[in-house]
Ligand binder design. Structure first.
Ligand SMILES: [Zn+2]
Length: 248
């Protein structure tokens, strides 16, 4: 359990779709509707991906405490994102979860959630780097790919028990499985580095201090170490900080 917790925390900035553990509030009916049947799994349209993503983020928002506009966290976030220039293909919806974990995630529909625990640890420019990194995952199609993968493997499992027409409707259990997969979705080393480079570009365009990207990752390294075995397929934060330092 502890290891799981540590691992989850360590995935900060490497996991773009991380729900809180509580799934009880999930409105699976909506996702069921969006999922329709197995035959569509291999060919999820952009519209379906976005719909699934927004169903998932709505469910996540129900399961977590979203900072109200009056919250100092929400006010700080609004202030530090005001006027932020981003490319046109992402329409980010950025909110804070009043959760202690040092974490953030993005969904394919542009949903970005930053955890209060992360804001407590980071300066404004460091939070901007995190947001830029998450927007990068959306803009570069990583979040879409992660959702497709999670959805398809989830549906595929269900296919084993499909009968008759061969169209397997996703059951609530299959959707629970999908949600579980989304929780543990991991981005490849390549995607992480791409999202970092995207964030760096965003920092420069907006005249934020690009070095904040490095210091943010150094903080994570300090918190969680640079243990490559823990990160397995992920680049450890120290390595990512080195790469960004070089790029600056
Ligand atoms: Zn990431």
């Amino acid at each position: 359990m502890l290891k799981t917790l540590v691992k989850l925390s360590v995935m900060v900035l490497t996991v773009a779709m991380l729900f809180q553990p509580a799934f009880s509030g999930f409105d699976l009916g909506g996702m069921l509707e969006a999922g329709k049947d197995l035959t569509t799994a291999a060919t999820l349209t952009d519209g379906q991906v976005k719909q699934l993503a927004s169903e998932a983020s709505r469910a996540s928002d129900q399961a977590n405490k979203v900072a109200p506009p009056s919250s100092p966290y929400a006010q700080r976030l609004a202030k530090l994102t005001t006027g932020m220039k981003i490319d046109g293909n992402v329409k980010p919806d950025i909110k804070v979860y009043l959760v202690r974990d040092v974490n953030a995630f993005a969904m394919a529909d542009g949903t970005i959630r930053v955890f209060a625990g992360l804001m407590d640890q980071m300066t404004d420019d460091e939070v901007r780097y995190v947001i830029g990194h998450e927007i990068g995952h959306v803009s570069l199609g990583h979040s879409k790919k992660a959702l497709q993968t999670a959805y398809m493997t989830s549906a595929a499992r269900k296919a084993g028990s499909a009968s008759g027409s061969g169209i397997a409707k996703l059951s609530d259990a299959a959707l629970g499985d999908l949600a579980e997969k989304l929780v543990h979705a991991q981005y490849s080393q390549t995607h992480e580095n791409e999202a970092d480079q995207y964030a760096l570009k965003l920092m420069k365009i907006n005249k934020y201090d690009p070095k904040a990207s490095v210091s943010a990752l150094r903080k994570l390294e300090k918190m969680y170490g640079n243990d490559r075995s823990v990160f397995s397929s992920h680049p450890a934060p120290g390595d990512r900080a080195d790469a960004l330092e070089k790029a600056i």
